[in-house]
Ligand binder design. Structure first.
Ligand code: ADP
Ligand code: MG
Length: 241
């Protein structure tokens, strides 16, 4: 991919549910190596953007491309193979399975157990707290550790981009900070590109290269994280002044 080309691009995306449009022409770009935040009020269509990217709903108009390929008609399985993983808003951790077994699920289609084990060992090196708890049931993990486990599992197939829907939900401010630091570490160490939806707009924009504010199904503001944090209107509307 040309470095000037965005890694992921949405152009004029119109999509919704049951013939009712929620997104009214969304334009959004993510470049390789960036952390990009999507913020905005509840119900404005943020998760719907992810569903449109990830093939969970059909887009009615517009384009979605990843690394120069049209991916609008691909489903989740194909997108994962293409190099995009998604960590959804609701936890998909299996509490009665061990940390190790939950990680195995990230490569459940891979038959080569030695390969899976090697990949799990690599992931556990990135998450020391999980390494110590590899044999423990995931149900016994704290909220922050569970989030780390979900991120770890999404890394199993070596995605180049990860979509995360509200990763800070249920986390204390300090754990939220740790989680964002973990994303920055992964960005630096593994070159992973992130597109992250966040309620916690200020913290997300602070660690993001760029951000998008979505209101009523369209992008209302975009710019660097810093520029959005300094924008009077964005501050008044979304950041509590
Ligand atoms: P956000 O993630 O920004 O809070 P969503 O994208 O989840 O917002 O929702 C945007 C709008 O789409 C809301 O009005 C919501 O009620 C509606 N919506 C979300 N999911 C569905 C669905 N499965 N069927 C019908 N409407 C939905
Ligand atoms: Mg949502």
């Amino acid at each position: 991919v040309d470095d000037d080309e965005p890694m992921l691009a949405l152009r004029g995306v119109v999509a919704g549910y049951g013939g009712f449009d929620i997104l009214h022409g969304v334009n959004l770009e993510v470049r390789k190596g960036e952390i990009v935040a999507i913020v905005g009020p509840n119900g404005s269509g943020k998760s719907t953007v992810f569903k449109a990217i990830y093939g969970l709903i059909k887009i009615r108009l517009g384009e979605v491309s990843f690394e120069g390929q049209d991916v609008a008609s691909l489903g989740p399985q194909d997108l994962l193979k293409a190099g995009i993983a998604m960590v959804p808003q609701l936890s998909t951790i299996f509490p009665s399975m061990s940390v190790y077994e939950n990680l195995e699920l990230g490569m459940y289609l891979v038959r080569d157990k030695a390969l899976v084990k090697r990949r799990i060992d690599e992931i556990l090196e990135l998450f020391p707290r999980l390494a110590e708890r590899r044999a423990q049931n995931a149900g016994t993990l704290s909220g922050g550790e569970r989030r780390a486990l979900e991120i770890g599992r999404s890394l199993m197939l070596k995605p180049r981009m990860i979509l995360m829907d509200e990763p800070s939900v249920g986390l204390s401010p300090i754990l939220t900070k740790n989680m964002f630091e973990q994303l920055q570490d992964l960005q630096k160490a593994a070159g992973i590109t992130f597109l992250v939806i966040e309620q916690n707009a200020r913290s997300a924009l602070e660690i993001s290269d760029r951000g998008y504010v979505i209101q009523r199904g369209v992008v209302s503001h975009t710019g660097t994280g810093r520029a959005l944090l300094g924008d009077d209107e964005v501050r008044r509307s979304f950041l509590g002044g």
